[in-house]
Design a protein around this ligand. Structure first.
Ligand SMILES: [Zn+2]
Length: 120
């Protein structure tokens, strides 16, 4: 509601001046003042930050088992791009896990080839 500064009559919010006397109307609701005690909103995290922050560690381990090399590339990219400390930490973790898994896969492949060679 708006109130006339002269005659005190109430009018709907969209009315600009008092239709009776032409005086300006005053809104009885004060404009909202931002709370200074609240911290300013954080900048929106980048896509990489969001992905790495949201993904739990077990998911990185699982991903490393299936797609070790792509995960290593993505996590190295994440380490370079991410700004959030949590996302960077997760990216480092993912890179580490994918390297360990790749070493294991190469080791098993090597063992398998040796075993095959011995059979001949
Ligand atoms: Zn008036």
């Amino acid at each position: 509601m708006k109130k006339c500064t002269y005659c005190g009559k109430n009018y709907p919010e969209q009315t600009q001046v008092c239709p009776t006397d032409g005086y300006p109307l005053e809104s009885d609701q004060p404009p909202p003042i931002p709370d200074p005690s609240l911290p300013p909103p954080l900048p929106e995290p980048s896509w990489f930050d969001a992905q790495f922050m949201r993904t739990p560690h077990w998911a990185f381990v699982l991903a490393a088992m299936c797609i070790a090399l792509p995960l290593l590339i993505i996590s190295l990219l994440g380490m370079a791009v991410c700004k959030e400390p949590k996302a960077r930490q997760n990216a480092r973790f993912a890179a580490g896990v994918s390297v360990v898994v790749m070493i294991f896969l190469l080791f098993f492949q090597w063992c398998f080839r040796r075993a095959m060679a011995e059979m001949r």
